[in-house]
Design a protein around this ligand. Structure first.
Ligand code: GRF
Length: 189
């Protein structure tokens, strides 16, 4: 079974949705480790499930590369096949990205290639688009630019604000991330 390693920094709702699908058999995969650069809600959730849950404090490292090398070491020590970024708010260095070629996935709350970077839902509202959405993609050296695996469209409603639009996009994120992992996992079986 494919071994997943999760990286996140916050709320952990995407991790939770994916893990639920592992538990109910929708996703044939094993969550072998959950790592965070913050004492995050995501780690609390993974601890509650008895998963290997690791906080790595970036303050203990002299460079971003050194920190990323530690991440690689931890993930490799658990035999991770696929790295799942789930709200990981730190830019990964080439040290990390080159260690897992075509084996890192990310979810971004916009229809890439539109609205890369921070606050994509607000960027979408400011641009006046009528359709927003979310994208699961492979992670490459350029931010939010790797090959797209799956997308879902979310209409923008006349009264939407950043919060309401983000919530509706998040509901779709929770569905498509599992679907995208299934597609990628299929290539390993
Ligand atoms: C999600 O909106 C995801 O698209 C973005 O960061 C947010 C993480 O939320 N990359 P959560 O931690 O999964 O709840």
């Amino acid at each position: 079974m494919i071994k997943l390693g999760f990286l996140g920094s916050g709320r952990g709702s995407n991790f939770q949705a994916i893990y639920k699908n592992i538990l109910n058999g929708t996703l044939q995969a094993e969550a072998v480790v959950v790592i965070s650069n913050k004492q995050s809600k995501m780690l609390e959730i993974s601890e509650e499930h008895g998963l290997s849950s690791v906080f790595i404090d970036p303050k203990g490292f002299s460079s971003k590369e050194e920190f990323d090398a530690e991440l690689v070491k931890r993930l490799e020590s658990h035999g991770v096949d696929l790295v799942i970024l789930a709200g990981y708010m730190k830019i990964l260095t080439p040290v990390f990205i080159n260690a897992f070629p075509n084996r890192i996935l990310n979810i971004h709350p916009s229809l890439l290639p539109s609205f890369k970077g921070l606050h994509p839902q607000k960027q979408a509202l400011d641009a006046g688009v009528k359709f927003a959405g979310c994208t699961v993609h492979y992670v490459t050296l350029e931010l939010d630019s790797g090959p797209i695996i799956m997308q879902e469209v979310v209409p923008v409603l006349p009264d939407d604000n950043e919060d309401s639009l983000s919530k509706r996009i998040l509901e779709k994120e929770h569905i498509i991330y599992t679907e995208a992992i299934k597609i990628v996992a299929g290539k390993y079986n």
